[in-house]
Design a binder for this molecule. Structure first.
Ligand code: C5P
Length: 237
């Protein structure tokens, strides 16, 4: 990794250029941030857990025919992915009201929704990732309507696949965030799918097995991520 050029450093990951012009290496760090960077900490081992969990989900989605940037997991902290021209959107799916949605509408966390909700936010830290509707997105040129349609279809398919799979592991998929980009013009699912980007609740007890343990100072963050890796893969980290 030391020999590669660092292209980008985010809050939880680094992206490196490789000799192959079609591929990047993504390196998972132990850093955690919340509330748009206001809260920051290091969670020892988180990078390894998220790399393994996200790789597992992307393998599952690839098997189900979802077009993704994932190529392979290289080792504990690194994976090879296809290069993407980023579409600057955070695409959120909600099956159950929680987090910012519960707060915005003054409804109780855990309220069941009649159907999954799709939300788009403009990916911009300085602005705090504001909501954007499809009309705003196409007018500002962040994505075309055709791309938005593809993104919506993929996102709802990902929700179906993950929701069903997680149910067999006694985990409720409350909500999650996806990101997309294009590679040779094709829209691909990018970024990661992990307890940093999803809400996972134990289906029996309601125990939170995700980043809300960090955001809300609930403790046992690492243990929760380890439990998710175990339920998904059977691996004890
Ligand atoms: O905070 P909010 O309730 O809007 O988050 C909805 C879902 O999107 C959660 O699963 C959260 O982890 C994820 N999310 C994310 N990155 C953001 C904002 C939300 O992964 N910047």
């Amino acid at each position: 990794l030391e020999t590669l050029t660092l292209l980008y450093e985010g809050k939880a990951k680094q992206v490196y250029q490789t000799d192959n012009k079609d591929e990047y290496i993504v390196h998972y760090k132990d850093d955690a941030t919340a509330f748009n960077g206001e809260k920051h900490d290091t969670i020892l081992g988180k990078g390894v857990l998220n790399n393994k969990i996200s790789s597992f989900f992307f393998e599952l989605l690839k098997k189900e025919g979802v077009p993704t940037h994932f190529v392979r997991r290289e080792d504990d902290r690194n994976q090879t992915v296809l290069t993407l021209d980023i579409i600057p959107l955070e695409v959120i799916v909600r099956n159950i009201a929680a987090g910012s949605m519960a707060k915005r509408f003054g409804i109780e966390e855990g309220t069941l929704l009649k159907h999954p909700i799709l939300e788009f936010c403009y990916k911009n830290d300085e602005l705090g990732d504001p909501f954007a509707n499809e009309s705003q997105i196409t007018a500002l040129g962040w994505a075309t309507q055709e791309q938005l349609d593809v993104i919506s279809t993929i996102t709802l398919k990902v929700n179906d696949i993950l929701k069903k799979f997680l149910a067999t592991k006694n985990v409720t998929l409350v909500d999650f965030k996806l990101e997309f980009g294009t590679h040779n013009g094709e829209v691909l699912l990018g970024d990661e799918i992990s307890p940093d980007t999803c809400r996972f609740w134990d289906a029996t007890t309601g125990e939170k097995l995700d980043k809300d343990r960090f955001r809300r100072d609930l403790g046992n963050i690492e243990e929760a991520y380890k439990e998710m890796l175990f339920r998904l893969t059977g691996e004890r980290a």
